[in-house]
Design a protein around this ligand. Structure first.
Ligand SMILES: Nc1ncnc2c1ncn2[C@@H]1O[C@H](COP(=O)(O)OP(=O)(O)OP(=O)(O)O)[C@@H](O)[C@H]1O
Ligand SMILES: [Mg+2]
Length: 252
């Protein structure tokens, strides 16, 4: 079982969206997922309720996938590790933990429990220092524990990225990239990162309404809502690659 904790002190940086994207890709790939919400504003654990409330304009909603369970982070560290053990015994492959904004000690506990700590990174000049700060903060935690104790790999995930940035990162040319965006990209790739980039897309800004994308994609396809089905499918492909990259990452 792999445990991924998503962290970034800055609010609104894309943590919950990233959690939902990874979950979407993983569920679609047949991975058994558990989503654990460490935010007091529990957007992740309320995901099924949000989907239920959402207006799909007459399109029949799919059932919540049985391979995706949810919970909120338990009150104590002992209970947290007990819960993680139970999840592993029950056959869960991937636990995705969302955290609250700020550099709180409860968030640090959730980093220590992880195999991989992911920092969502919006590719803008303004966010670069915040991304660097998050990377430094998390890595400094390594110094607070004994050398023999496990510590997660720390990676950024470029997310909410415009097409020009994605094209440039895939060597499809930098002609549409401004000098500013080019400089941002150069700085970001110096930080350890996953190679998958999450695009800026309406699918991701509406993911709380759609729910896990494979189910939503199927429903829109069935309803012959071809345009939406196509954009769901496109983002789902990216989410699958992201999930695969995470599942394959070598953990210490
Ligand atoms: N790839 C993306 N494409 C489009 N919109 C995005 C993307 N990623 C994030 N957003 C938008 O950015 C906003 C903040 O995202 P999100 O809620 O995931 O951040 P967060 O870090 O969890 O916030 P908080 O710290 O308040 O919990 C949301 O409106 C979300 O829809
Ligand atoms: Mg959030």
């Amino acid at each position: 079982m792999k445990i991924v904790t998503i962290v970034q002190a800055k609010g609104g940086s894309g943590k919950t969206t990233l959690a939902m994207a990874i979950a979407s890709g993983a569920i679609s790939k047949g991975v058994k997922v558990h989503l654990m919400d460490g935010d007091r504003n529990p957007q992740l654990s309320e995901w099924p309720a949000r989907v239920k409330e959402a207006d799909w304009e007459g399109i029949e909603k799919p059932d919540w996938p049985a391979s995706a369970t949810l919970s909120i982070v338990p009150a104590t560290i002992e209970e947290l590790y007990e819960t993680l053990n139970k999840l592993e015994t029950s056959g869960v492959d991937l636990v995705i933990i969302d955290t609250r904004p700020g550099t709180h000690s409860d968030t640090e506990d959730l980093i220590f429990a992880a195999d991989l700590a992911l920092i969502p990174a919006r590719p803008t000049q303004m966010e670069i220092p915040l991304i660097q700060d998050a990377f430094v903060w998390i890595n400094k935690l390594r110094d607070t524990i004994s050398k023999d104790d496990p510590f997660p790999n720390v990676r950024i995930v470029v997310s909410d990225a415009p097409k020009s940035v994605i094209d440039a990162s895939q060597n499809k040319g930098t002609d549409r990239l401004s000098k500013k965006d080019y400089d941002v990209l150069v700085k970001l790739i110096q930080i350890p990162h996953l190679s998958t980039i999450l695009p800026n897309s309406k699918v991701w800004s509406h993911i709380s309404y759609y729910g896990p994308l494979s189910a939503a994609q199927g429903a829109y396809q069935k309803a012959k809502s071809a345009l939406i089905a196509k954009s769901l499918s496109k983002q789902l492909d990216i989410a699958e690659v992201l999930a695969e990259e995470i599942m394959q990452e070598e953990f210490k």
